[in-house]
Design a protein around this ligand. Structure first.
Ligand code: CP
Ligand code: NVA
Length: 336
């Protein structure tokens, strides 16, 4: 089934073959580095209820590379939230734009937007899912390892295992057939419904899934060790106290990287990362908890040769470019 005009609200909206199609086209866009015009004259509305660096620039540059245009609407600069609901906003966007990307606090709002829109809606991160991130993550793993099968790709995610990035990494990996391990304290493991959906996908793809409280068990034999921030956007600032207590033993540091017993193991992070105390949050954590050399990952690992986080960030562009073309370009659809 073609991806043209489909919504992409969660990883589970796509099949393994849909994901492979996106990754393949992303590879073509990255290797040619040429500008195409598959989205010539098309307009994207990028609606941001939360801040963004990578996702925003990836959508904006991808549209420009393909000859399209972007309007970025954020909550400080539009009527959204304060004076107008997402449903009413969606009805307006639907009449003017060809494709919509939405970064929001509540996943329900992304669903509302998609119900009001006849144009494809892409989830640019919600509290539950970050599916465009997972596309770049698996694209990067494939690029680095060049496996003959996803079954040979061993991914360990260590830290807050019930956030958007972990949910998407698990679900996309399960669809593709990778070997995914998540290490988190019980209260921070993926929700039952997310795990059940991943297990269902794994039964079809042959993916192996392990959810454990033991970070050493998770990383043994890993090709890729992945972590994300311990408190996500939209969560209360006082959650830091609880998370630091719960996740202290889940920090990605040199000892944990060595515990992979794989000298080729690479480090992944969706970014932004708190790997030192040079940011406002980093400073607050340093003064409140005395943690100065990194929270979810040490500065040492972040800056080590094993770290491929900026390659991963760059790949947001090509994967989002491929997704936009597949969802919104009639020209591309006619060409293939
Ligand atoms: N990884 C990611 O989504 O980064 P931004 O929040 O900067 O978009
Ligand atoms: N889990 C993080 C991801 C940021 C890209 C958050 O939602 O803040």
């Amino acid at each position: 089934m073609t991806l043209f005009q489909r919504h992409f609200l969660s990883d589970a909206d796509f099949s393994a073959s849909d994901i492979e199609t996106v990754l393949h086209l992303a590879g073509e866009f990255k290797s040619s580095r040429s500008q195409n015009a598959y989205l010539s004259g098309k307009h994207l509305a990028l609606v941001l209820e939360k801040t963004s660096t990578r996702t925003r620039i990836a959508f904006e540059v991808a549209m420009k590379r393909q000859g399209g245009f972007v309007t970025t609407l954020d909550y400080g600069m539009s009527q959204l939230g304060l004076r107008e609901s997402i449903a009413d906003t969606a009805s307006v966007l639907d009449r003017i734009y060809d494709v919509i990307a939405y970064r929001g606090i509540h996943h329900d709002e992304a669903q509302t937007l998609s119900h009001q829109s006849s144009k494809p809606v892409i989830n640019a991160l919600t509290d539950i899912w970050h599916p465009t991130q997972a596309l770049a993550d698996y694209f990067t793993m494939y690029e680095v390892k060049n496996p003959s099968s996803w079954k040979d790709v061993n991914v360990a995610y260590v830290g807050d295992g019930h956030n958007n990035v972990a949910n998407s990494l698990l679900t996309t990996g399960a669809l593709l057939g990778a070997n995914i391990r998540i290490a988190a304290p019980e209260s921070l493991q993926p929700e039952f419904t997310i795990e059940a959906r991943a297990l269902e996908a794994a039964a079809e793809s042959g993916a192996r899934i392990l959810i454990t409280e033991d970070p050493l068990e998770a990383v043994l034999g890993a090709d890729f060790v992945y972590t994300d921030v311990w408190v996500s956007m939209g969560e209360p600032i006082d959650a830091w106290n609880e998370r630091i207590n719960l996740l202290r033993d889940y920090q990605v540091n040199s000892a944990l990287m060595n515990a992979t017993k794989n000298s080729e193991a690479k480090f992944l992070h969706c970014l932004p990362a708190i790997h030192d105390s040079h940011t406002e949050i980093g400073q607050q954590i340093a003064s409140n908890y005395g943690i100065t050399d990194g929270v979810e990952v040490t500065d040492e690992v972040f800056k080590s040769p094993a770290s491929i986080v900026f390659q991963q960030a760059e790949n947001r562009l090509y994967t989002i470019e491929a997704l936009l073309v597949l969802l919104a370009s009639e020209t591309y659809r006619q060409d293939v």
